[in-house]
Design a protein around this ligand. Structure first.
Ligand SMILES: C[S@@+](CC[C@H](N)C(=O)[O-])C[C@H]1O[C@@H](n2cnc3c(N)ncnc32)[C@H](O)[C@@H]1O
Length: 307
């Protein structure tokens, strides 16, 4: 296991999902950083001005990836506040540290941790996660750790994808690839439950309540995302990352044999999409979920959801 210079807290060995992020996904995410950061930013930009984050706050950014939201939060809390970006992937943390150093941010640090297992406890005013919590294999454990990182009364916001139908930027490519390749088997290597695991409002509400949160609210955000600078970039992105990438990767040799047909079909589908200033744009939709750590256990008991 290669560690970045980030501090690390770890209870046990890496899980298979954490290894998958480090060994398989990290190089692909770095290659397509221009799409990922640019696209995901539109969903957090819709809520950033209203986040309950104040000058002097202590903030945790869980699954911080390349660290761009951690840096934005560090600007919000100012020199008297502090932000800790947490991720389980060494390569992302190394990039995040470089960004923070280049920005001269003195109020930010990074921690290597698996949020499902262990997070710092009870210190933070605000916990944030953009498109990170959907990958928790045990979501209630991860969400509970995030809550226990908060001081009593502290707030959390996490952003997750809504359903497949409203996220054609991920689902369309998978449908195209499945015209040529089989569904991944139950033993497929993955990064965890995947992008749509928190799409269902009722399920996530139950998870949040079980993790001990109160004042849970959902806000829908629709935003266009860039899927590639051009058709070629978009095809490469889709075959590397996300649900289509998983089908392609798992099909191994067969995928390579059928690559020309798949790429032709994908090119046809992508050409039907809108082209904007930066490249090809597709619709996407997320939930911005806000919640609070109760001030005392009585608040939770009233809800009758405490486990
Ligand atoms: C889709 S990326 C989003 C990254 C970043 N928040 C952003 O919006 O650009 C998901 C991130 O969650 C991290 N992650 C996944 N499971 C994790 C876990 N159990 N503990 C900590 N980080 C995790 C991944 O390494 C990855 O950086």
């Amino acid at each position: 296991m290669t560690h970045s210079n980030a501090m690390a807290i770890q209870a046990e060995e890496d899980t298979e999902f954490v290894r998958f992020w480090n060994e398989v996904l990290a190089p692909k995410f770095i290659r397509f950083r221009h799409i990922l950061v640019g696209g995901l930013t539109r969903h957090s930009a819709a809520v950033f001005p209203d986040l309950p984050v104040h000058s002097g706050d202590r903030v945790l950014d869980v699954g911080c990836g390349f660290g761009d939201t951690a840096l934005q939060l560090a600007r919000k809390v100012g020199p008297n506040g502090h932000v800790t970006g947490v991720d389980c992937c060494d390569a992302f943390l190394a990039e995040a540290q470089k960004e923070a150093a280049a920005a001269g941010a003195g109020n930010i640090d990074f921690l290597r941790a698996d949020a499902e297992k262990l997070l710092p406890r009870g210190e933070y005013d605000f916990v944030f996660a953009r498109f990170g919590t959907m990958f928790f294999a045990n979501p209630v454990a991860g969400l509970r750790n995030m809550r226990e990182a908060l001081r009593p009364g502290g707030r959390m916001v996490h952003i997750v994808w809504r359903n497949r139908a409203d996220n054609p930027w991920l689902s369309m490519a998978r449908d195209v690839v499945l015209d040529f390749l089989p569904q991944p088997g139950d033993d497929a290597q993955t990064c965890g439950p995947g992008p749509f695991s928190m799409a269902n409002e009722d399920t996530v509400l139950a998870m949040m309540k079980s993790a001990g949160y109160t004042d849970i609210e959902f806000r829908r955000v629709d935003a266009p995302v860039l899927v590639g600078r051009d058709v070629e970039d978009a095809i490469a992105f889709q075959l590397a990352i996300g649900p289509a990438g998983e089908v392609f990767r798992e099909a191994g040799e067969l995928a390579e044999q059928r690559r020309p047909e798949i790429e032709a079909a994908m090119a046809k589908a992508i050409r039907a999409e809108t082209t904007g200033d930066d490249g090809i744009i597709m619709p996407s939709s997320s939930w911005v979920i806000t919640a609070r750590n109760p001030v005392d256990a009585g608040e939770i008991v009233e809800q009758g959801e405490w486990k």
